[in-house]
Design a protein. Structure first.
Length: 766
């Protein structure tokens, strides 16, 4: 036996093994002009999913035409199963950006193919991802032809008894119409609408894994010609122009697309055509035209994936077992805009009442990231690069939940992101420090949109903005002016926004609303020495009639209130039932003022709107039976209570209070009313418009976190609060090293959508 006969089977075995367990893939192309040597540059974006992140595609087969050579490849992981499934269902999706250099702009067909698909019920074994590329200069745009861009989650699942539709979103930079087709018959229970690219599962198909080999092709809106560098032309017709149904292009894989474009010579000298592989191009006999029904497409892309028809679900209603998307999740087919070198943020929220939402499966461009905040929202972030300018990028996502050993998936939603040079936004600068952040931005957005400081506000309208005529300025501590805190596994985000308004008292508007979102980002781990101070410093405010005033919220060691707890000792530790002593002090340049604590509540975070909370003081009245007030100082409120913890995973407590500063001794202020019945409306006092204010607006102040000491004995606990939520973990341990970065998300001009109104979770004492 010869050495050749021994080695060849081994090489084939290695090839099959290295490319096995294929879940699906797709590819598209974008012309990028000419290289310095006159050759053509084309970028290909392709996605592929295998059962391991170590596997990748090789685009080495040129079936016809001049496929050129690869000059650059950037490859990265988009998403993976991260071990949450059984071994059989593990998957990893990558995207590659491949640059090829071509000697000609004439059409060609490139493919990657091998063995094997994952084990499929419809018995597909070998996989093939052919793409038809036509770079001819179009007569309607005078630009080289570009392909559509489409994407799909490579592994989706649907309960056997639940009808579901997958709408493959596509976008074409040339504005062409596109359609979808299938390379082989569909499994029972599935139907493809070729004109809308809508794959429908009608229900009650046989359980199992099914492979789908679809394709997307585009057609012009009118008759056009394509002109090539070798002097030839070809004609393309609209989608509806054909008469007879064509033969399927996949029927004869041994014949490499002979006759897939027809040319008309416009120069007299014939130019010989060569190919970059040993595959020869044959002509289609004159008696057969495979494009007679729809005509020759401008391009054709593969779109391949696996659908698992899973065991039946007890209910097919969204939001029960199958996750349901909530605000602020973008709608399916929504178009978003992004700017070069500016981070795009997409927020996604999903819920299920019986199963538990565990993850979000995504498919998007290279370098997209996925995080989950402690509030349960998913956040996708992506920063376009210069080379992405003018392109369209589809992003698809599916929420996944789990109950026992069963997984459930939501509908698939997809958005299209268009990359622009600049968004409609002024120049802005955000400055972050340990305890403060500041923003300055230009007042001119465009020729027609100007900003005026009197019509701008922060999340907290009582905080003042300043202007020098060309710029608007705002500065605030990290816990004032409505700044919200968001946390994921790696970072803390302190967020605020500047919004425009007609009149502070209006509830409607008939002009464009402008919103600027900005934030400071503090990574939890870093090698630099800047620290984020867990202890909250003074809360500083400015209000007409009161000038600059501040609140200081501190914990003290005893009821004598002589020694405050060291700011460096935060998070504070108490035993269950141990008394905590707190003081809030109001400091104002205006004499004769008094401080009133309207409400206080405890929550696992210092967000005043936290869903999980426990009321301590309400309408100036004690709600917790252990609360005791210690002083009657005009500008200080001192009180104490017994320490408690939330039942569940919350291991810390923040105390957040609503406070007001009033003119002392004035009977018409909220301070003078003291404790009021929550069901009764407070007295209404009328004042002339020019009368000086006698009290400030209500402001939130917060301090913490407070944690239980490790030696605390739960049997000694007199006070515990029930909580059904997840671990918020909104704290940075003192001494954690941080980096500070800042970003302006940009100005969005839109009609503002209403925000969700959250209801506090039920609480009780035990």
């Amino acid at each position: 036996m010869s050495l050749y006969t021994l080695v060849l089977p081994l090489l084939l075995l290695v090839s099959i093994t290295s490319a096995s367990h294929f879940w699906g893939g797709t590819i598209s192309f974008t012309p990028k002009g000419r290289n310095p040597d006159g050759s053509y540059r084309v970028d290909f974006r392709y996605k592929h999913t295998f059962d391991s992140c170590s596997q990748s595609l090789y685009w080495g087969t040129c079936r016809s035409g001049q496929c050129g050579s690869q000059t650059n490849l950037e490859l990265g992981i988009i998403d993976d199963s991260n071990g949450r499934y059984s071994y059989q269902d593990n998957w990893c999706q990558k995207e590659g950006v491949m640059t090829r250099s071509l000697r000609s702009d004439t059409p060609f067909q490139l493919t990657a193919n091998s063995c094997c698909w994952v084990s499929l019920r419809n018995s597909i074994v070998y996989w093939d991802l052919p793409i038809l590329v036509d770079l001819g200069v179009r007569s309607d745009t005078n630009e080289p032809n570009s392909s559509p861009h489409a994407t799909m989650i490579s592994f989706v699942r649907v309960p056997q008894n639940c009808p579901l539709a997958y709408n493959f979103i596509g976008c074409d930079p040339d504005g062409d119409k596109f359609r979808c087709g299938t390379s082989r018959s569909l499994p029972s229970g599935f139907h493809l609408d070729q004109n809308t690219c809508n794959l429908q599962y009608t229900g009650w198909g046989s359980t199992g894994y099914y492979g789908f080999e679809l394709y997307v092709e585009d057609f012009p809106n009118q008759h056009i010609s394509l002109t090539y560098s070798d002097g030839t032309q070809s004609i393309r017709a609209p989608l509806h122009a054909g008469r007879r149904r064509r033969a399927p292009w996949w029927a004869s894989p041994t014949t490499p697309w002979g006759g897939w474009y027809q040319t008309q010579r416009i120069t007299s000298a014939p130019t010989p055509r060569t190919t970059t592989t040993t595959t020869t191009t044959t002509s289609t006999p004159a008696t057969s035209n495979p494009w007679s029904h729809y005509g020759t497409p401008l391009s054709r892309l593969p779109l391949q994936f696996v659908v698992l028809v899973d065991v039946p679900a007890p209910s097919c209603s969204e939001g029960v077992y199958l996750p349901k998307f909530l605000h602020p999740t973008p709608n399916n087919r929504e178009r978003l805009h992004a700017a070069i070198n500016q981070e795009l943020e997409i927020r996604i929220n999903a819920t299920a009442s019986v199963s538990v939402v565990r993850d979000l499966i995504i498919s998007g461009p290279l370098n997209i990231t996925k995080d989950r905040t402690t509030s349960g929202e998913f956040v996708l972030r992506w920063t376009p690069r210069t080379d992405d300018l003018g392109q369209h990028f589809p992003i698809c996502f599916i929420a996944e939940s789990k109950l026992g050993a069963n997984f459930y998936q939501s509908e698939m939603r997809c958005v299209v992101v268009e990359v622009e040079l600049h968004q409609i936004a002024p120049e802005a600068n955000v400055i972050c420090s340990e305890n403060f952040m500041a923003i300055e931005l230009e007042t001119s957005i465009s020729e027609s949109i100007k900003l005026h400081v009197d019509h701008l506000r922060l999340n907290d309208p009582s905080c003042t903005l300043y202007s020098n005529g060309t710029h608007v300025f705002a500065n605030m501590s990290l816990n004032t002016c409505g700044t919200t805190i968001e946390e994921d596994d790696n970072s803390l985000f302190f967020k605020n926004e500047i919004v425009s308004f007609d009149n502070q008292n209006d509830v409607i508007t008939r002009i464009n609303q402008v919103e600027f979102q900005f934030f400071c980002k503090y990574p939890k781990k870093s090698s630099v020495t800047l620290e984020f101070d867990t202890h909250r410093g003074p809360y500083v405010f400015i209000q007409k009639g009161f000038g600059t005033f501040s609140y200081q919220f501190e914990f003290f060691r005893s009821s004598q209130f002589q020694y405050r707890r060291d700011p460096k000792s935060y998070p504070l530790e108490y035993g269950l039932g141990e008394r905590m002593y707190m003081q809030i002090e109001g400091i104002s340049s205006v004499n004769n003022t008094e401080l009133f604590v309207e409400s206080c509540k405890a929550s696992p975070s210092d967000d005043p709107q936290a869903q999980t909370s426990y009321s301590i003081i309400e309408n100036g009245c004690k709600k917790d039976e252990t609360v005791q007030f210690y002083s009657n100082h005009d500008n200080k409120v001192q009180f104490g209570m017994k320490a408690f913890k939330f039942i569940g995973w919350h291991d810390q407590v923040f105390i957040t209070c609503s406070v007001i500063l009033c003119e002392a001794g004035n009977p018409n202020t909220r301070c003078s009313q003291g404790c009021t019945n929550a069901t009764a409306s407070p007295a209404v006092h009328h004042h002339h418009r020019r009368e000086a204010p006698i009290q400030t607006t209500s402001h939130y102040v917060s301090q913490g976190p407070v944690r239980l000491s490790r030696s605390a004995d739960i049997r000694d606990a007199p006070s515990t609060v029930i909580n059904n939520g997840l671990n918020m973990n909104l704290v940075v341990i003192a001494g954690c090293l941080l980096i500070v970065s800042a970003m302006v998300c940009g100005a969005v001009i839109y009609t503002k959508r209403p925000k969700i109104a959250y209801q506090p979770l039920p609480t009780s004492d035990s």
